[in-house]
Design a protein around this ligand. Structure first.
Ligand SMILES: NC(=O)c1ccc[n+]([C@@H]2O[C@H](COP(=O)([O-])OP(=O)(O)OC[C@H]3O[C@@H](n4cnc5c(N)ncnc54)[C@H](OP(=O)(O)O)[C@@H]3O)[C@@H](O)[C@H]2O)c1
Length: 262
């Protein structure tokens, strides 16, 4: 049973970085929030901050390790009574290192989070909301999901998946004349906890590691431009770090004569 009176924006990976900054953007827009991550203390601190910025909205916290598929299904089930007008799959992490040297425990966890959880949550959201007006699914991918970055091959491959899946889903929803739209944000280097986790270090200096990067707040601003637009992709240029909105990047086989007859 959906409570149609109150609408929510759900954000995975809201305890730091881009997800945290996006939560504050949506709070400024008077959006009730469902914030999901593993670290409760960080989510409680964010909830407190939001209460100071905008005491009029409701903030629900869900602690969940999304690298376990059973948790992902159970999370969506627990949210059944909330009307979620926007779902943002942002939780994800990277890994720097050669394929030869990569630690498979970390890599398998990355595949589960970046690919499996995102696919399960996108599918469940599409099944429930495809015909609800003004609904959006936004998946956070990476510029590394359109260009292979040396030493980050497996991470980039997970984001190639996210871009292909989300661009394809956007096409599918348009063809079905669904009311739900699917979008993808492709950030380039952004100063968050990403650098630490991808390099397995406790401290990470973005100024030493990159000539250019965005802040999480700038990236959240770009996400809001994508949210407000009717385009599918919000992409950072690797040439000049500018942000642009596009309708598609990947090739799409839209010609029925080339494809399986349905
Ligand atoms: N920063 C960049 O340069 C960059 C560039 C391109 C794309 N991206 C993408 O942007 C997204 C956000 O990353 P970020 O840069 O903001 O990094 P971040 O600061 O490390 O944030 C990652 C978020 O994901 C959550 N998370 C990680 N593992 C999780 C798990 N097993 N279950 C539930 N939540 C989990 C973390 O929360 P907990 O640890 O509390 O669970 C955290 O809130 C990711 O998808 C990343 O791939 C980042």
């Amino acid at each position: 049973m959906i409570n149609n009176e109150k609408k929510y924006t759900a954000i995975t990976g809201a305890s730091s970085g881009i997800g945290y900054a996006c939560a504050l953007e949506f709070a400024n827009r008077n959006k009730n929030l469902i914030l999901i991550a593993r670290r409760e203390q960080q989510l409680q601190a964010l909830k407190q901050k939001i209460a100071e910025v905008n005491p009029n909205i409701q903030v629900i916290i869900k602690i969940c390790d999304l690298s376990q598929a059973t948790n992902v299904h159970s999370l969506f089930e627990q949210l059944n009574s909330y009307y979620i007008e926007t779902w943002i799959n942002n939780a994800g992490f990277g890994h720097y290192g050669s394929v030869e040297d990569q630690n498979l425990e970390k890599i398998q966890s990355m595949l589960h989070l970046n690919i499996e959880a995102l696919t399960i949550l996108s599918t469940l959201y599409v099944q429930k909301y495809h015909n609800k007006p003004d609904t959006q699914l936004i998946n956070i991918s990476s510029r590394g999901g359109y260009t292979i970055v040396p030493n980050a091959v497996t991470y980039c491959a997970t984001k190639f998946y996210v871009n292909a899946f989300t661009e394809g889903l956007a096409q599918e929803l348009k063809q079905a004349k669904a009311k739900l739209t699917a979008k993808v944000l492709a950030p380039a280097a952004t100063k968050t906890e990403f650098g630490q986790k991808a390099n397995n270090v406790n401290e990470y200096d973005y100024d030493k590691s990159f000539n250019q990067y965005h802040t999480a707040e700038q990236m959240a601003g770009f996400l809001m431009k994508l949210y407000d637009s009717d385009q599918t992709i919000g992409e950072i240029s690797t040439k000049d770090f500018s942000f642009s909105l596009k309708n598609s990047i990947l090739p799409y086989s839209g010609n029925p004569s080339e494809n399986q007859k349905s």
